[in-house]
Design a protein around this ligand. Sequence first.
Ligand SMILES: NC(=O)C1=CN([C@@H]2O[C@H](COP(=O)(O)OP(=O)(O)OC[C@H]3O[C@@H](n4cnc5c(N)ncnc54)[C@H](OP(=O)(O)O)[C@@H]3O)[C@@H](O)[C@H]2O)C=CC1
Ligand SMILES: N[C@@H](CC=O)C(=O)O
Length: 367
Amino acid sequence: MAQDVVRIGIGLVGPGTVGGTLLRQIARQAPAVLSTNKADLRVLGITSSRRMVLSDSGINLHGWTEIFESKSVSADMESFLSHVAGCDGYHHVLVDCTASDAVPLHYKDWILKGGHVVAANKKLGAGALDVYKGVKESCDKCAATFLYEATVGAGMPIISTLKGMLDTGDQVQRIEGILSGTLSFILNTLSERPGTSFSEVVSQARKLGFTEPDPREDLSGADVVRKVVVLARDCGLDISAEDVPVESLVPKELQAVKSVEEFMEKLPQYDDLMRSRLESARAANEVLRCVGIVDIEKASCAVKVERYPSSHPFAGISGTDNIVQFTTSRYSPRRLVIQGPGAGPEVTAMGVFSDLLALAHSRGAPL
Ligand SMILES: NC(=O)C1=CN([C@@H]2O[C@H](COP(=O)(O)OP(=O)(O)OC[C@H]3O[C@@H](n4cnc5c(N)ncnc54)[C@H](OP(=O)(O)O)[C@@H]3O)[C@@H](O)[C@H]2O)C=CC1
Ligand SMILES: N[C@@H](CC=O)C(=O)O
């Protein structure tokens, strides 16, 4: 018997670096997904904070930027969501590719009305605990799917691996690793090219789409704190970002600066601080790394900037690599290690895209 096609109706919130790349990937891959995975992916709406475009049958993704420029109207989240939910015959999914605190506040109602959520945004997973729990409970109540692989390690299989361990009865004891693609890129580039300045590499990371919309979120360790909280909560800990001690790489004098532009302008004044810290590590044959730790047995988390000997596995990474070590009942004394590029538009959009395929699979599409 022929397999029925599973129809997925997408409402994309945030057509920026990651969201825009996701739309390009879907445009290219949708025909293959339809024939192989028996999933028909339609984007029924795209919204930024200012403009939105809606369609009943699916936006032509090969020309979405022109359509967005010429046909969009003033954004309104409530009417955006009712439009997507009102298109019949689809499993409706809100895809959150923003870094907004406000968008996750819509997840719970959306799920209670029968929708699903796929997020690259970490602000639910690491936001207020009661809001997070409310969303998780509404998923249980409605048998809804909420997937967020891209929130930790971009396209790397970190969340799905952790879930696989927990669901099959492994006991996770500790997760430790390098979880910031931006900080990896900065520290690796500075070690590999000692003549380059800290501020130059930060600008480069921003241009390449590795940083958060505000790069201070990366440099302050706040983004790593969020990832650590997402992992800790998946392991059952009631932890919030405020509970996680963190060392910031934002110079003290720049912590109160308001705009990103002013911060970037002033950053070169502090290049020497980072240079001397790196040089002293290099002289001792060590490297600087920002590491996130989830200690399940102690029910605590931390984010530290520390020196590691060049023989340590955390020293041997390059580019935007993340590296994550899981210590569990099954994976000890030999630990499970996952390593690879942990930031950037293509790999992150792939993480979101594969969540969409997992959603289609959960609704009956073949693997
Ligand atoms: N870049 C990476 O490597 C990775 C990123 N992520 C996550 O992906 C998310 C997106 O990052 P990135 O694409 O780089 O960011 P961008 O700033 O490039 O894009 C964000 C998009 O969200 C829109 N937006 C912002 N606020 C709202 C709002 N309230 N309602 C609707 N739309 C909104 C912005 O449009 P406008 O400003 O016009 O409203 C823009 O289109 C972040 O949460 C980030 O943490 C996760 C893993 C890796
Ligand atoms: N800015 C983040 C992007 C992925 O979450 C990072 O650099 O890791």
